[in-house]
Design a protein. Structure first.
Length: 226
């Protein structure tokens, strides 16, 4: 590997690491610790997978782009259910964090689609950082959606035994009304906001990971055989 490609890889890794830190810090500042765990965990796993594959050998757009677009399309459908069933306030009640519906919409309805569109353009032109963002989406909103099936089993931090929606003034001074409770022992129903459609982005996301690893292995073997 020459010095130019080495410096390019180091620069891209630095950019990806900065993105993870920035996103996690922003989530912690405005929401709380759970986003740090989710964003940071997904980001680090994505960074590792991307840095050993796409960063060195960018995948053909014909392979990665359709699965990326399918994943984000399924994610948008999934987030519609999350919005309609109060995912953000439900998480606020579950973990005692201040995640408002306004914050949910800003991130997932406005910022998110803009990032998805720019990532798609980047994948078309095989821009390495776009590959990291794609891996981040495949692992985060893709694989990590299985957590929806765990949340109903967790005891909420705020009024866990009260099945009705409650309003709460948080320690940081933020007041949020209509916090739903999906704790199965309080409601008697195994459900959490967004659970019915959580599997939708998981299917193309997980399959995309399989396809990317398989293709990268094929490319790597072809280079070794030369």
């Amino acid at each position: 590997m020459n010095s130019t490609s080495t410096s390019t890889e180091i620069g891209n890794i630095g950019l990806a690491a900065s993105f993870i830190v920035f996103a996690a810090a922003l989530g912690y500042r405005y929401i709380g610790l759970p986003p740090v765990i989710i964003v940071g965990g997904s980001g680090l796993i994505g960074l590792l997978a991307w840095s050993t594959s796409y960063l060195k050998r960018p995948t053909s757009p014909e392979i990665i782009l359709p699965w990326f677009l399918l994943t984000v399309a399924a994610l948008e459908v999934h987030m519609m259910e999350e919005y309609l069933t109060g995912f953000a306030p439900a998480m606020s009640r579950l973990f005692n964090i201040t995640w408002t519906e306004r914050g949910f919409l800003i991130v997932f309805a406005f910022v998110g689609p803009a990032v998805y569109a720019l990532t798609a353009i980047g994948l078309f032109y095989r821009i390495r950082f776009a590959g990291f963002l794609a891996w981040f989406i495949f692992i985060g909103p893709g694989v990590a959606e299985f957590t929806h099936f765990i949340f109903p089993l967790l005891k909420p931090a705020i009024n866990p035994e009260t099945p009705q929606r409650v309003s709460h003034l948080f320690a940081n001074g933020v007041y949020i009304s209509d916090l739903p409770n999906y704790y199965i022992h309080a409601t008697g129903t195994y459900y959490f906001a967004g659970m019915y459609t959580a599997i939708l982005p998981m299917i193309p996301g997980i399959y995309a990971i399989y396809k990317l690893l398989k293709e990268d292995r094929r490319q790597s073997n072809r280079l070794l055989s030369r």
